[in-house]
Design a protein around this ligand. Structure first.
Ligand code: FHN
Length: 557
């Protein structure tokens, strides 16, 4: 880079990066919404997700799962010869699935370089008979087919002699290992990747959790990345928040605060690297509804593919990608470039995405009465139409009518409004059956309580003080009797606290762990019509923590 160019780049870097909604680097990202993650490397040879103790794990961790010595793991590299690797086919499959970007593992934790790096012989072409450069072929195909390319790069490197810490079972000495020298090596490889393969849209770091920002020289490394590729997006896994958050295998309960960009990455079965015995393939309906749920909260979805050692996608992956693409070809307008729902809660029948003053209702389950109400919508509806289908009538903030053809995954109704979108907060109320289902995100939390993601099912946690409490405010159209049920979790050490749930006493019993939830029926209460307050309070705290709460359910009697 010329000195003038470097000076300009450095000046650009010294300027604060604009907020995401004004930062040109996110324009393609906000439009794309859906990408393909690829985990592929030497670990694809054993394709084994079992652990030494006979459990199941993720296949790309084979070296760790089986507690192998480096020398034992290196024996797989000569078998990595993906003669059927076809970049054109891979990119075509991503495009046909409706994916707009690809993020591929350049190097995973095993340290094996998927490109002819000049800095190591632990790579394709040297340690393996595969002398081609798969990243080059993929970059060329992405450019030809108009797909953006990102690089996953693991900071943790079980193979490199300078990376520390060693694995606990290793016999290889750590003496002489120098983390600074390792970071120089990592910088050198990243420089190769960001100068040899054209425009790279994402640097997807991973495996930074063993060392801190100072050890990894994170600021220095990321600054180099931005100098080399000023338009690149860097994720939050090099010990710095950078451009976007990366919830993994879960979908946050809500959009992240302050418009923080985020992307959920998820496996299509249970493992990132291909595992010959992992047949737990997610149904296409689940994959599409995950994409819809993520888009309704303003996120991107990075769906993983684990190609085989010979260079092919598993047939179960091919089938699902094709079916997701089929749905997106009909309804993608409601996903690509969409914004998160303007409403605090999703409707009972599905999800909502938005584009300016238009709304898209993603209908999973059509209400029996054929009415799609939009709770909280103040602006009257001007028109409603099933995407690719018939018009539907509208009355105020309700779409009326059920189309003859309903998509079993989700049918999308485009709703155009009579003017600027205006919404209002809708008080909590009973569902269609008259029951009150009270959730963490609808509660007012007093004290140090927090809503935890709970692996995609939010829970109230961090209940460490007897003065903390949970409160819901709801509106009841009529008075009535309700059965009170609590869905909670408590580890054995937390059993025995005396709490009050909607006024009913309960002495907590262990459910086994903080993640093991159980529903308990606590009795019945009479509630008046109008605004009702329902809370969970501590009467007597005998242990260090109280409970985790997933739901409070009041079932109409
Ligand atoms: O350890 C890795 C894992 O192998 C996989 O690459 C995932 C994908 O994001 N990231 C790490 C686990 O959080």
């Amino acid at each position: 880079m010329s000195s003038l160019c470097l000076a300009v780049a450095t000046l650009a870097l010294s300027q604060p990066i604009a907020p995401p909604n004004e930062d040109h680097r996110f324009k393609w990202w906000n439009e794309a919404k859906f990408g393909m993650f690829i985990h592929w490397g030497v670990y694809s040879v054993p394709a084994d997700n079992t652990t030494k103790s006979g459990g199941r794990s993720i296949a790309e961790w084979h070296l760790s799962n089986q507690q192998l010595q480096i020398s034992e793991y290196e024996k797989y590299a000569p078998q990595f010869n993906p003669v059927k690797f076809d970049a054109r086919a891979w990119v075509r499959k991503a495009k046909d699935a409706g994916m707009k970007y690809i993020v591929i593992t350049t190097k995973h934790h095993d340290g094996f370089a998927l490109w002819p790096s000049k800095l190591t012989s632990w790579r394709v072409g040297a340690a393996s008979p595969f002398t081609r450069d798969p990243l080059k072929e993929l970059a060329q195909e992405c450019k030809r087919q108009g797909i953006r390319l990102g690089f996953y790069h693991s900071i943790m490197d079980w193979h490199h002699p300078d990376y520390l810490p060693r694995r606990g079972w290793e016999t290889r000495s750590a003496s002489g290992a120098d983390m600074n020298r390792y970071v120089d090596y990592m910088k050198g490889q990243i420089r190769e990747l960001l100068t040899g393969y054209g425009p790279i849209s994402v640097l997807w770091f991973d495996g930074g959790w063993e060392r801190n920002e100072q050890d990894l020289r994170s600021k220095e490394v990321n600054q180099m990345i931005r100098e080399l590729q000023p338009n690149i997006l860097i994720n939050d896994r090099n010990r710095l928040a950078e451009d976007f958050s990366t919830p993994e295998q879960t979908i946050p309960a809500n959009a992240l605060p302050n418009g923080r960009p985020w992307e959920t990455c998820m496996t299509i079965n249970d493992t990132w690297g291909f595992a010959k015995d992992d047949h737990n393939w997610k149904p296409t309906k689940t994959l599409v509804r995950n994409l819809i749920d993520i888009a309704s909260k303003g996120g991107n979805f990075l769906l993983n593919v684990g190609p085989t050692a010979i260079g092919e996608f598993p047939p179960e992956t091919d089938t699902r990608l094709a079916e997701v693409g089929q749905w997106l070809r009909k309804y993608g307008k409601a996903v690509y470039g969409s914004e998160k729902s303007p409403f605090k809660r999703p409707p009972s029948y599905g999800r909502v995405t938005r584009k300016g003053d238009s709304l898209f209702l993603h209908v999973f389950d059509w209400p029996a009465n054929g009415e799609l109400t939009i709770p909280g919508l103040k602006t009257p509806i001007r028109s409603a139409r099933v995407l690719g289908g018939p018009s539907l009538s509208a009355e105020g903030a309700t779409v009326v009518g059920v189309p003859a053809e309903k998509n079993p995954i989700a049918t999308v109704v485009e709703v155009r409004l009579r003017g600027k979108l205006e919404v209002e907060d809708v008080p909590l109320g009973p569902d269609a059956r008259g029951n009150l289902v009270l959730l963490p995100n609808d509660a007012t939390l007093h004290g140090g309580l927090q809503v935890e993601d709970g692996n995609g099912t939010p829970n109230v946690g961090f209940w460490l003080k007897s003065t903390d409490s949970i409160e819901w405010n709801a509106q009841l159209p009529a008075s009535g009797q309700f059965k009170v049920s609590l869905v909670y979790a408590a580890e054995p050490a937390a059993a025995g606290n005396e709490i009050s749930v909607a006024g009913l006493p309960f002495t907590t019993v262990s459910t086994g762990s903080w993640q093991s939830y159980r529903m308990v029926d606590l009795g019945t209460v009479s509630l008046p019509s109008g605004n009702v307050k329902l809370n969970i309070q501590v009467k007597k705290m005998t242990t260090g923590a109280v409970i985790n709460v997933r739901q409070l359910v009041l079932t109409k009697i």
